[in-house]
Design a protein around this ligand. Sequence first.
Ligand code: ADP
Length: 326
Amino acid sequence: MVRHDILHLLSEHAGEYVSGERISQQLNVTRAAIWKQIKVLQGEGFEIEGQTRNGYRLLKCPISLNEWVLKQSLNTTSLGCTIYLEDELTSTNDRAKELARQGGVHGLTVLAKHQSSGQGRLQRQWESPRGGLWMSVVLRPNLSLADASKITLAASVAIVDALWELFRLRIGIKWPNDLVIKGQKLAGILGEVVGEWNTVQTLILGMGINVNFTREQLSAPLNATTLYEILGYEVDLNDLTASILMHLETELMSLERKAFEELRLSWSERAVGLGEEVKILRGEQVFQGIFKGISIDGALLLEMKEGEQSFSAGEVQLRSTMSKYF
Ligand code: ADP
């Protein structure tokens, strides 16, 4: 794409002017065509200064999602190898499922600037205003179907580690897959296994993070927060995406080496409520006990008067008995 070629040229000389004539010669396009593409790039949020005498210079890249910028930040070998970035989707998981059925490869990543009907677990709605990170990755790892829940645990750890790496923020994992800070939800994860139309199992891993928008853009009853509320400034969504994909790739590689115990430990170190008294809601039923830990499959282990019982993530919800925590 000419636009991307122009960006490559300008970024090689970031902050310096590159003459229209030089761009025109190197890319074999007219100066009028260059000017037109520069306008498009400016519309995408690239700060490009144009001077009749000196040419163009790139001053700043957008912090909103942009395929070119994201590709520059990506340091992975498989995740994000193919990127679909849309302005609006019903949900990135739905689109990723569709693409997976059409043969989408391991690592294919779908991003939307806004989701009109994002999904949570158990058919719940996930609010997805502009400025958030709404992403789904098609995974066909060398793991069995039974390991699917481990991948969602790995994704929680990857997001926590990315937020620590970039912003030195300590986020907690609320079993099974919610990411919380001071008891408020910042992100959620939704893993969905898709059909067995061939021998390789496919998992769609959806991740939703409240990033560059205010709390007011979410409905009032939600116990939620956003990175913008916590940090007080907007962050680069491309860097954040790249960092999450990098950490996720590392976690997946370790899972493929069957380093399950390592994952269980990493997850436990980042979990909230461990060792505390909690409630588990299963439909109308309520179980109360001490949150002892998770099993290797990600099931919650609850120590009750009657002994230990495990709960798998699919069917129940976790609540604190001291509601201020989570
Ligand atoms: P749970 O916390 O019960 O596991 P899910 O992971 O299924 O919840 O996420 C869906 C729930 O998250 C919704 O029912 C709603 O309460 C809440 N929610 C929806 N959108 C957001 C958002 N953008 N940020 C934080 N919480 C949200």
